[in-house]
Design a protein. Structure first.
Length: 165
């Protein structure tokens, strides 16, 4: 009887450790791969206005800063999407680099976004920074910020090297 109890305890502890290990957040390259997947899912969900998918990705306390400087909470972003204030048509990531710091992942890159706002079609090109960190035991988007990149206009100079009027 004593061995059966000991066996039960050992099996229970193994099950507990296996469950804890299975729920540990990814780190390093595994975290980067998870964030790359989640970022692809986030962009697709923003185009599809899939708030349920976005709720799995965004942390409840996430902040989202648009290229216009407008800062929104997760719920504000979801409301904007469901009301149709902004309709994302497509995202084209021109470049992106992800770096893991333990289980926190920082992504920086350049993107082009096609969207509709106030009945007008727009294309925005921006640099972005996105941060994923562990919250509620899983990786979630905790911060996003983009900065508009206006098209560079070559400025002609006059003979003295000063810009032409």
């Amino acid at each position: 009887m004593r061995w059966q109890r000991a066996e039960f305890v050992v099996v229970g502890l193994l099950a507990l450790f296996t469950t804890v290990a299975a729920k540990s957040p990814p780190v390093g390259d595994e975290a980067v791969a998870a964030v790359e997947r989640m970022e692809n899912e986030r962009r697709a969900a923003m185009v599809a206005v899939d708030v349920h998918a976005l709720a799995r990705i965004f942390d409840a306390d996430a902040t989202y800063v648009h290229s216009t400087g407008l800062m929104q909470s997760r719920d504000d972003v979801f409301g904007m999407l469901t009301r149709g204030d902004i309709r994302y048509v497509g995202f084209e990531v021109e470049s992106v680099a992800y770096r893991a710091y333990g289980s926190t992942v920082l992504g920086t890159g350049v993107q082009k976004i096609d969207l509709a706002s106030s009945g007008k079609s727009l294309t925005s090109r921006s640099r972005f920074t996105v941060v994923y960190a562990v919250s509620r035991g899983e990786l979630h988007l905790v911060s996003y910020q983009s900065t508009s990149m206006p098209e560079v206009v070559k400025q002609e100079t006059v003979g003295d090297g000063k810009p032409a009027p």
